[in-house]
Design a protein. Sequence first.
Length: 87
Amino acid sequence: MENFNNITVLFGTLITLLLSVVAYFIKQLHTDFKSMEKDLVEVKTMALIIKTEFKSDSALINQKLTYLERRVQLLEFQHLKNPENEK
């Protein structure tokens, strides 16, 4: 009976030790996931900022292109309208 109690205590201690190791690694994993989540939020924010800047730059370029196209059309019209330039 004494050996049975010793084996029970030994197994209980071993199981407690193993569960403590598992709990430690789960805690580390949870900490890693929290830091990864924070990094992911930062990456999403940076991507949104870059996307917004890209859209505004694209809109500005399109606006300048439209202005230049109108200006070229106006110059062509003036050139064709003015008969002195045909000489």
